[in-house]
Design a protein. Structure first.
Length: 237
């Protein structure tokens, strides 16, 4: 029988990325429920392909590209900024970035929650297939591009091209919208939407008036190609 540990520490300063990831997985196998990684120093591909429920991995400092990608279950906290592709292809779990995130945040996730306390770069939530992305600050160019399912909540402003070519899913924006992308339409915010927003924001510790949010959905004009509407398709390319 494996004895359960409560918390362990991994000193990353003198280890290669692969060694850090092996140490995380070994700690999980040994029963650790909380793992603190010290001095991550902005390096890439930490805490990837983890399959573990009820485990919290805390990076005490910034991380680089593709942190916590392809995970199913763990709760990953980054105490600082992170680079491109955080949470990419995540199946389930929770990621909290207590800073800003680069481009491609939550790309192609199928489940779980990605929360960025600050701003996100371009194409946040690109090709999302489920799950949720909450941005406490502003989002970059073409957030929600080709989104298929799931929910994106942006508390701040959205840059040009939000929701471009989205198939399904819902985007909520609390601030200004520079421009909507091809086939992205504004829909009336309902009482059910407001309840959902309150729940999602409350879950990440944000107490905000949700009455001013704008709701963006797919106009569904790009679902089927038509040679009679070439200009519509050109706008999406």
């Amino acid at each position: 029988m494996v004895a359960e540990m409560t918390a362990v520490t991994v000193e990353a300063q003198d280890l290669e990325t692969r060694e850090v990831n092996r140490a995380i997985k070994r700690s999980i196998a040994d029963g650790a429920k909380e793992i603190h990684v010290l001095h991550p120093a902005g390096r890439h591909s930490f805490a990837v392909a983890l399959r573990a429920d009820d485990v919290k991995v805390v990076f005490e400092g910034p991380t680089g590209w593709y942190t916590a990608g392809m995970n199913f279950g763990p709760h990953v906290v980054i105490e600082g900024n992170t680079g491109w592709g955080v949470g990419e292809c995540m199946m389930g779990g929770r990621i909290e970035v207590l800073g800003h995130a680069g481009s491609g945040t939550a790309a192609s996730i199928r489940g779980g929650l990605v929360y960025v306390q600050g701003d996100t770069g371009a194409r946040a939530g690109i090709a999302m297939k489920g799950g949720a992305l909450v941005v406490g600050g502003d989002s970059g160019y073409m957030t929600g591009f080709m989104m298929q399912r799931g929910t994106i909540v942006i508390c701040g402003d959205a840059a040009d091209g939000i929701g471009d070519s989205m198939y399904e899913g819902t985007i909520y924006v609390g601030g200004s919208i520079a421009s909507r992308g091809a086939d992205a339409e504004i829909e009336e915010v309902t009482d059910e939407d407001r309840v959902l927003l309150k729940q999602m924001l409350g879950d990440v510790g944000i107490d905000e008036n949700v009455d001013g949010f704008t709701k963006i959905v797919s106009g569904r004009k790009l679902w089927n190609f038509s040679t009679k509407e070439p200009e519509l398709w050109k706008s999406a390319l």
